[in-house]
Design a protein around this ligand. Sequence first.
Ligand code: ERG
Length: 426
Amino acid sequence: TETYSNELQRAKFKHLEDEGSFLGYYEPPRTDFPLKIDSRPRVSLWGILKSMIGKDLTKIALPVAFNEPTSLLQRLTEDLEYSYLLDQAATFEDSSLRLLYISAFAASAYSSTVDRVAKPFNPLLGETFEYSRPDFGFRYIAEQVSHHPPITAMLTESPKWDYHGEASVKSGFNGRSFDVQPLGTWYLKMRPDNSAEEEVYSWKKIATSVIGIMVGSPSIDNYGDMVIVNNKTGDEAHLTFKPRGWRASQAYEMSGHIQDKDGNKRWTIGGHWNSKIYGKKVVVDNAKGDASLEDSNSSPNGVGSKFLLWQASTRPLVPFNLTDFAVTLNDPKESLKEYLSDSDSRLRPDQRAMENGYYDDADVFKREIEEMQRARRKDREERGIVYQPRFFEKANHEITNEEYWKYRDNYWNKRATKELPSSNIF
Ligand code: ERG
């Protein structure tokens, strides 16, 4: 606890410990992936998609050959791969510098999409995924709270920050590209080292597209504008992710700036979301407040040239182009089993079969559990029961006043005492 600078951080740390959040996670995460070679049958994406123009993801039934062995609940955990940027952000006294690092965090989430042209398993209604990292200091819980439309609620907590939001997307194949537009708002609650109060940041995610489908070399692009607001100070980050376009030189590019509440630019940010992102101080050099970029040394504290904010980890050699971080997600560790909810993605039989290379079994299991899900829905309809998610509920956000999914505070404490309700969804 000496590593925490104030009462808020210490209280949160104690809460995470008191709820046994890291039980079952003290062994290091796996570094090895069960499957060594990807022997999925080669199927042309265009061959499948050409008859589905105008359809969205919920109406496109794809064979498992288009899946990767992660569930969307796990795919969302990947936002946290570079969570150290948030711990770093909390150390700065200058709120604009905090926002600079938070911007790098928001951009870093896109690095995992490179070469991942595959569909994560669509979570069943009520499916959950938990993931704690004692080494990173956070715990994560996600739940599929709606099936039509598919909506996932998630919350990550750590001593210095909490990150939560709703993943729901509008998607569609327009004949050229398959486009995914995220709809939900994402929130970061920060407990800075030098402050006795929390602050809330919020933003919306940019679009993700599968491009190059017709020409037979599909790849992923992320593009659009992102505005991250510090709702307490009024600071704003304005970030632009360039669409790849025709020139390869523009691929992966992002740039932007951090401004204070009066619109004065304080930092510029830029780089490539697949490799490196830099920050640079904006120096105001005359009374009119014209900004110019100064050049000389390299840290956020010194005045000077650009400094490295973030760098992508190198990818391991595993099937599906998973990152090191993604490899750890579906690990059904012995030490964890006694604590897991029976609705945890790690227990999905279809995904397990796929991870072990049994694609045909995966297809059969997938059909089975989806059939069971349809039967449960039919049963609810007949009995006039409205489905209630177990661990999240709708609430109005106290600061943005938008509707959001609020954690009901009933997962981790029940998990610690092994009293999680059973779901029987798999
Ligand atoms: C983007 C960030 C959002 C949550 C979210 C939801 C779903 C997806 C995107 C993210 C990333 C790209 C995904 C997409 C669903 C399908 C798509 C994973 C994580 C993949 C690349 C597309 C696969 C197509 C296949 C034909 C190969 C459908 O907050």
